[in-house]
Design a binder for this molecule. Structure first.
Ligand SMILES: [Zn+2]
Length: 75
C-alpha cells in the first residue's frame, strides 16, 4: 500500500504550523520527532498530537508513526 499521507504539500504544512504559532520553530529546526529525535521539517512531518498538554510531533519514519498507536496508555 502506498503511503498517501505524503501527498500533503509542504506549503500546507507551513500554513498549519503558522496557525499554531510554531512556524518559526519549524524553520529553525527546533521541533523534534517524539520517538527518534529527528528534526521535524515540512518534508518529514507526519503527525502532531497533544498529550498531557504538550504538543508532540512525529516524523515520517514508519516506527515513529506506528508508535503513536502502540503507546496510547503510557506516559
Ligand atoms: Zn521519528
Amino acid at each position: 500500500m502506498k503511503e498517501s499521507f505524503q501527498a500533503v504539500h509542504a506549503a500546507e504544512i507551513e500554513d498549519f504550523f503558522a496557525s499554531i504559532g510554531l512556524l518559526a520553530d519549524l524553520k529553525r529546526g527546533c521541533l523534534k520527532c517524539q520517538t527518534c529525535g529527528a528534526t521535524i521539517t515540512p518534508d518529514n512531518f507526519t503527525l502532531m498530537t497533544r498529550r498531557n498538554g504538550r504538543l508532540l510531533f512525529l516524523c515520517a519514519e514508519k516506527p515513529c508513526f506506528l508508535s503513536l498507536f502502540k503507546t496510547g496508555a503510557e506516559t
